[in-house]
Design a protein around this ligand. Structure first.
Ligand SMILES: Nc1ncnc2c1ncn2[C@@H]1O[C@H](COP(=O)(O)OP(=O)(O)OP(=O)(O)O)[C@@H](O)[C@H]1O
Length: 447
């Protein structure tokens, strides 16, 4: 985020801090007002301390952190709805924030009136608003409700209208938060399409507790922790460390460690040529999925009460081919070693695309929920998952694997390994969607 020409910077924060007054008793607030600052009846709570950040034009930044870390405070400083207590924040360009906008709707006004109000606050002239109104209404897709006061809207309708306005105001910097979570799936997808288009020209700030979404959408992530910047860097790395930190808390015995390092995906050369390769390569859109070896140095975290020793994708007969073609039966085999006695082990995997977007995966929890197999210390064991491989679009993929203990919602992570294994798809017939599913029948019937 640093080291770029100043002309490219759209956000610059230095020494930025925000303290809120905290009154011990309600009457202290009144006393403070009456004394007009001549005496102090409050303590200061520093929600943000000494933040230094730069963001370039076109960058997509994810803001992550636990409840109360200071994310909303930072965004309000960015929007200018809150003044800093120390330092400064300079913003170059038009900022449109869903948080601010949603809150800015007047409940007594109709949707139509609020569109005019909000768009003009965001810098559009009356002519521009009139010219874009139909498109805004169509984007919101709330039908006749647009003529009703927004106090009668559901939270989803509110979010739809707010997003529709934001999508039409030519913002240079767009701030999107969890508001997307209140829309239905179709609308969320529409917003996501807009966000992907917006990323080509503008700077996006995305705030979410959904780590997968942040690493899928953002180039960079900022991790706020108790009002300070704990980490800034490539979204995938920061999200990995953040997730590790959350799991660290669940380890009562101080055995939790972090290790490994990231390596770029391997080049497009097959490590072990497949005997069928010649023939299979005759069709140029055939789904060629190259599987690489387990990466023992992949980034990991966990208590290492059990560790992942190897990950392979094989045929049901056990042949570890390096080339698959989608649609065939495969087995993901995760070999582990127990270093302590495990009473409720869970082993799982997740395949993610180049952007870190999860595509599919599974774990052993449900299958063994009633009678989890106890594994003594010092044993090797293997979890295997047999399924029909979907078709994958061209690109790089990585598999995350983990061995944990407990339940899906409350578990100790023994060994979580990101990018344990890479997959590279060099040709594919899948043009749309994240995966292609094997079709059992395709028909075209005339009645
Ligand atoms: N007006 C206020 N007066 C006093 N303290 C405040 C005020 N607003 C926020 N805080 C405190 O400042 C800290 C940071 O709050 P903030 O809302 O910025 O966190 P956040 O990261 O957005 O949290 P969340 O994920 O829960 O939305 C919290 O401890 C919060 O209690």
């Amino acid at each position: 985020m640093t080291g770029c020409p100043t002309a490219e910077l759209v956000i610059e924060a230095a020494g930025l801090g925000k303290a809120y007054p905290v009154f011990k008793r309600p009457q202290d607030r009144l006393k403070q007002m009456l004394m007009r600052g001549r005496r102090k009846y409050y303590d200061e709570y520093w929600a943000l301390k000494d933040i230094a950040l730069t963001v370039r034009r076109g960058e997509t930044v994810g803001l992550i952190g636990r409840n109360g870390a200071g994310k909303s405070t930072f965004l309000q400083l960015l929007c200018g709805t809150l003044a800093p207590t120390t330092g400064r924040i300079a913003v170059h360009g038009r900022v449109a924030a869903l948080l601010e906008l949603g809150a800015g709707f007047n409940p007594e006004f109709t949707g139509r009136e609020n569109v005019h109000l909000a768009a003009s606050v965001l810098g559009l002239s009356d002519e521009e608003i009139n010219a874009r109104y139909d498109s805004i209404a169509a984007f919101a897709g709330i039908g006749d409700f647009i003529e009703q006061p927004v106090k009668f809207y559901s939270s989803g309708m509110y979010a739809r209208l707010a997003f529709a306005v934001v999508a039409h105001v030519d913002a240079d910097i767009l701030i999107v938060d969890e508001i997307l979570a209140v829309g239905d799936a179709a609308f969320t997808q529409k917003c996501m399409r807009f966000i992907h288009r917006f990323k080509e020209r503008g700077t996006l700030f995305f705030v979410s507790h959904d780590i997968n979404q942040v690493s899928a959408l953002c180039d960079t992530a900022i991790w706020l922790d108790s009002g300070t910047v704990r980490a800034v860097g490539p979204a995938k790395d920061v999200c990995h460390d953040y997730l590790a930190d959350m799991y660290r808390e669940q380890d009562k015995n101080d055995r939790f460690r972090i290790g490994g390092h990231r390596t770029p995906p391997p080049p497009a050369v097959r490590s072990r040529p497949d005997v069928r390769d010649e023939r299979l390569r005759m069709s140029e859109r055939r789904n060629a999925i190259e599987i690489f070896d387990f990466n023992p140095d992949a980034p990991w975290f966990g208590t290492r009460g059990a560790t992942v020793a190897n990950v392979r994708i094989t045929t049901p007969e056990g042949a570890a081919l390096s080339l698959f073609h989608g649609g065939e039966e495969v087995v993901v085999r995760i070999a582990c070693d127990s270093h302590v006695a495990l009473t409720r082990p869970i082993v799982g995997f997740l395949i993610k695309d180049r952007l870190g977007q999860p595509l599919f995966g599974d774990n052993t929890f449900l299958t063994f929920q009633e009678a989890p197999p106890a594994i003594p210390a010092g044993r090797s064991f293997e979890a295997s998952f047999q399924f029909q491989l979907p078709y994958l679009p061209v690109g790089d993929y990585a598999m995350t694997v983990a061995v944990a203990e407990g339940t899906q919602s409350d578990c100790v992570q023994h060994h979580w390994v990101d990018e344990a294994l890479f997959l590279k798809v060099v040709s594919s017939h899948v043009a749309r969607g994240l995966v292609g599913v094997p079709m059992h029948a395709i028909r075209l019937d005339m009645s």
